[in-house]
Each structure stands twice: as structure tokens, then as C-alpha cells.
Design a protein around this ligand. Structure first.
Ligand SMILES: Cc1cc2nc3c(=O)[nH]c(=O)nc-3n(C[C@H](O)[C@H](O)[C@H](O)COP(=O)(O)OP(=O)(O)OC[C@H]3O[C@@H](n4cnc5c(N)ncnc54)[C@H](O)[C@@H]3O)c2cc1C
Length: 461
């Protein structure tokens, strides 16, 4: 048994929650140890946000070249492209390597001790990593989440999770995605653009069922145009590997056999609470997640939890913000996690952004609000990007015009999420956004125009 290592802060998990907490703690002079069992950067950098966006970029470039090779309105003449998927994956891996090495360098720069290995909890103040005991004053749990598995579709062979889908050795001829949420659709659309025949099976009646149908309609339209087959209100019963057939039940109760050589299970993620003796702490739970208060403190004093482990919304930027806050609290600052809004982005085609309250939310809450939208069909920049579908929508109180929410769907709208989140955090009113000069020609002008429209005087509509 090695000598016990003592530290002030011990973090389990080096994903965006854990590594950001460690960097901030290091900046604040808190002696910090971070334990990571797999790779720094966690799900986000290695098998989530970054690899998926890299693959989406490859797919878009390939798809555009393919379209131009057939018929180009832009006058581009090019012959039909071919794809070396091995090189695409190597390019994606290069980005991941650069980012994860960057995280390692930042941790080193800020004096964080990184231990590679799987942490096993001994008690609320000590952890074992491969025989090394580490003792701390504060234990920060940031173990993230893992893919939900379906009992009738065990992973293995042709049945894969997003992790395998992000590192294909070869592309299947036909991929069936089980789950029409954002991960399933981002990957399904990317595979389709890479030339794969794609089907999506979703138990609910719409794709992206957590967003309203007005917002998801342009995505549904684009999926149809891309030739992705949608099986809505269908439930999966199993996969027969020998015949390569997925059995699904249609809304009439009939069993269908879908031919497919790969099945991607993308039905959600669950907090990672198993396998490291977490249960010994008997922490209060919030469903499958660890219950936390507004300071990310668990039911045990000086045991903190952040990120996906603490439940929805399971997003990297929430994990990072929580991590930064916990480090500051441990350093003695007074902080609470009370964001006005956390942006949720689907990097589908077109992209979709939701920040703050939607028309549905305000209706449920009985708030008297103005809802206004401005279509990209009337935005010059959208036209120059060959995209006219989608809109920006604003939700504001009728009495004082305080903006409560923004939603947008359209090409490149993920970048508008910053303006949306800032306007909400700063308590902007419709007049603030309408009165800000927005650069021309930009998609952002649709944001200003939505605010103007809510005030009754949009200029370009
Ligand atoms: C395909 C995909 C695409 C996504 N795209 C987006 C996106 O575009 N935007 C977005 O905001 N979010 C996205 N997400 C979600 C995002 O990845 C997560 O919300 C985020 O990574 C959560 O961060 P975290 O720090 O809580 O946990 P994780 O990133 O899951 O990190 C947890 C880390 O803890 C380690 N660990 C666990 N247990 C132990 C232990 N006992 N000992 C040592 N180490 C341990 C794990 O190895 C892991 O590295 C995506 C996820 C997936 C799967």
C-alpha cells in the first residue's frame, strides 16, 4: 500500500465538469487532485460533442461536393467525390488529440495533479485508485453519464452506440437509428450525407419530441428531403443478427422486419452512478441522478456533484459552469447556480436552438406574453448561404417587454445561442435588442427583426 496522498479537493472524472473545476481550483490556489479512468476531456471531447461535430462537418463537405457534382446553382463544376472514411476518422482523432492534450497542459499549468486510474470511493473523504489512497477535504463527483441500453438490443456486433458510430472503420450500407432525439438525428443525418441509407425508428409521434413541432418542422422537412426513412410511433422488439433484420412494431401492432446492416441505439444517457462504490455514501438521489442543491452540494457535507451525474440538462456547458462555480465556493466565494437559461442546441440540418422559455412554457405558466418570429426567407445572409428555411422566435412579457426566451431553427443558428443567452442573462427587453445595430448581412439581423416584429414594426417583413 502506497502512502496516503492528501489534498484539499479531489475530483473524480476529467470531463468538462471535472477538468474545468480543476483548472479554476488551480487558479484559486486550491491543492487539487483529479482522477480520470479513461481520457481527459470525458465524453464531450472524446466520444461526444467534438467528435460528433467533426463528423457532421465531414459529412456536410462530402454532401455539398456530391450535390455540386450533380447540379450546381452556384456554377461549381466538380466530379463525383469519393470518401476515405479512415482519413476522415483520423482527422477527427487529430482534433480530439489536440484538445485533450490542451486540457492536460492547462491542468499542469495550474498545478493540478492528474492521476490516471479508476477511483473507488472509500468514504466521503477518501478514495482508492489502484491501491493509492487519496484523502481530501472536498470530494467532487463528476463521473458523467453513459448511453442507455435497451434490453432487447444489447450492444455488440452490428448493434452500436454513438461511441462506435463516431469512429467507423467502414460505413454500413444501411444504418437504422433507434431514437429520434438530438444524438440520433445528428448522427443519422451525418451518415446519410456520407452516402449511407438511413432509417430512424422513434417511439413517439415526432422527431425531437422535447421541442415544439413548429420548431422541429424544418428539420423534419430536411430529413425527408435527404431521403431518411422515418418510422414514428414504432417500437423496437429486437435484432436478428443472422438475417440482419430489426424487428419493429408499428402503431397498428404489426411486426415489421427492417433490413439493416447496423443499428445505432441512441435512446438517451443516464448518470454514471455504478461501479465505484458511490452507493456506500447513500447520497440523496433525484431519480437516477445525484440530488444537488443550488451550490451543487449533495446531501453529504463537502461532497459535491456536477455535470451529467447530477441530471438534466446533460450538456457540456452546464457541467463546465457548475465545475467553475464549485471551485469558487470551495475557495470561499459566495456563489449559487442560478442561470436564467441554459442554451440547448441540436446540430441537425438545419440547426435548432432553444434558450429560456418557449410559447408552450409561458402558456402553461399562465404568463401573458408576446410571441413573434422572423423567417430566414426574408434574411439576405440566409439566402447567400442557400438557406431560406427556419426562423428566429422571441417570447417576451407583454407588460414590460422583458425577454423570457429565444428559439431558432435554420442553418448556422447554433452561433446565435450566445446572443440569446446573453440577452436573457442581462435581462434585456425587446427594445434593447431592437435598438441594437446588428451587422449586415448576418443571420443575427433576424434576431433584431424578431424583436422589432414583437414590437409591431419589423422592417423587412
Ligand atoms: C454523441 C454525443 C454528442 C454530444 N453532443 C453534445 C453537444 O453538442 N453539446 C453539449 O453540450 N453536450 C453534448 N453531449 C453531452 C456532453 O458530452 C455531456 O453533457 C458532457 O460530457 C458531460 O460532462 P461531465 O463532465 O458531466 O461528464 P463526462 O464528459 O461524461 O466525463 C466524465 C468522466 O469521468 C470519468 N469517470 C467516471 N467514473 C470514474 C471513476 N470511477 N474514476 C475515474 N474516472 C471516472 C469518465 O471516464 C469520464 O471521462 C453529447 C454527448 C454525446 C454522447
Amino acid at each position: 500500500m502506497q502512502q496516503t496522498l492528501n489534498t484539499t479537493l479531489l475530483i473524480i472524472g476529467g470531463g468538462p465538469g471535472g477538468y474545468v473545476a480543476a483548472i479554476r481550483a488551480g487558479q484559486l490556489g486550491i491543492p487539487t487532485v483529479l482522477v480520470e479512468g479513461q481520457a481527459l476531456g470525458g465524453t464531450c471531447l472524446n466520444i461526444g460533442c467534438i467528435p460528433s461535430k467533426a463528423l457532421i462537418h465531414v459529412a456536410e463537405q462530402f454532401h455539398q461536393t456530391q450535390l455540386h457534382s450533380q447540379q450546381s446553382n452556384l456554377g461549381i463544376k466538380v466530379s463525383a467525390p469519393s470518401l476515405d472514411i479512415g482519413q476522415s476518422v483520423a482527422w477527427k482523432d487529430g482534433i480530439v488529440d489536440r484538445l485533450t492534450s490542451g486540457v492536460a497542459a492547462l491542468l499542469k499549468k495550474h498545478g493540478v495533479k492528474v492521476i490516471h486510474g479508476w477511483a473507488k470511493i472509500l468514504d466521503g473523504k477518501s478514495v482508492d485508485v489502484d491501491g493509492q489512497r487519496i484523502q481530501c477535504e472536498h470530494l467532487l463527483l463528476a463521473t458523467g453519464s453513459s448511453s442507455v441500453e435497451l434490453p432487447m438490443l444489447p450492444l455488440g456486433g452490428a448493434v452500436i452506440s454513438s461511441t462506435e458510430a463516431l469512429a467507423p472503420k467502414a460505413l454500413p450500407k444501411h444504418l437504422t437509428v433507434v431514437g429520434g432525439g438530438y444524438i440520433g438525428l445528428e448522427l443519422g443525418i451525418a451518415y446519410r450525407k456520407l452516402g449511407v441509407e438511413v432509417s430512424v425508428v422513434e417511439a413517439r409521434e415526432r422527431i425531437l419530441p422535447t421541442y415544439d413541432s413548429e420548431l422541429t418542422a424544418p428539420v423534419a422537412e430536411s430529413i425527408k428531403k435527404l431521403g431518411i426513412k422515418l418510422y414514428l410511433k414504432h417500437s423496437v422488439e429486437g435484432f436478428d443478427a443472422s438475417s440482419q433484420r430489426l424487428q419493429v412494431r408499428n402503431p397498428d401492432g404489426e411486426l415489421l422486419q427492417l433490413d439493416t446492416d447496423q443499428v445505432l441505439v441512441a435512446v438517451g444517457r443516464k448518470p454514471r452512478t455504478q461501479g465505484f462504490n458511490l452507493e456506500s455514501l447513500a447520497l440523496k438521489m433525484n431519480g437516477a441522478a445525484i440530488a444537488i442543491d443550488e451550490r451543487c452540494q449533495t446531501s453529504m457535507r463537502n461532497v459535491w456533484a456536477i455535470g451529467d451525474l447530477s441530471g438534466e440538462p446533460m450538456l457540456a456547458h452546464r457541467a463546465m459552469a457548475q465545475g467553475e462555480m464549485v471551485a469558487e465556493i470551495i475557495a470561499g466565494k459566495t456563489r449559487r447556480f442560478e442561470p436564467t437559461a441554459i442554451a440547448a442546441v441540436c446540430f441537425t440540418d438545419p440547426e435548432l436552438v432553444v434558450v429560456g422559455k418557449t410559447p408552450e412554457h409561458v402558456e402553461q405558466e399562465g404568463l401573458d406574453c408576446i410571441v413573434a418570429q422572423f423567417p430566414f426567407a426574408a434574411n439576405g445572409r440566409a439566402m447567400t448561404l442557400e438557406s431560406k428555411s427556419g426562423f428566429v422566435r422571441v417570447v417576451a412579457r407583454r407588460d414590460n417587454h422583458l425577454i423570457l426566451g429565444w428559439q431558432a431553427v435554420g442553418v448556422g443558428v447554433s452561433e446565435l445561442s450566445t446572443a440569446f443567452a446573453q440577452s436573457l442573462e442581462m435581462g434585456a427587453c425587446l427594445e434593447d435588442v431592437a435598438g441594437t445595430i446588428h451587422a449586415h448581412p448576418t443571420l443575427g439581423e433576424a434576431v433584431q427583426e424578431a424583436a422589432l416584429r414583437a414590437l409591431g414594426h419589423a422592417l423587412h417583413l
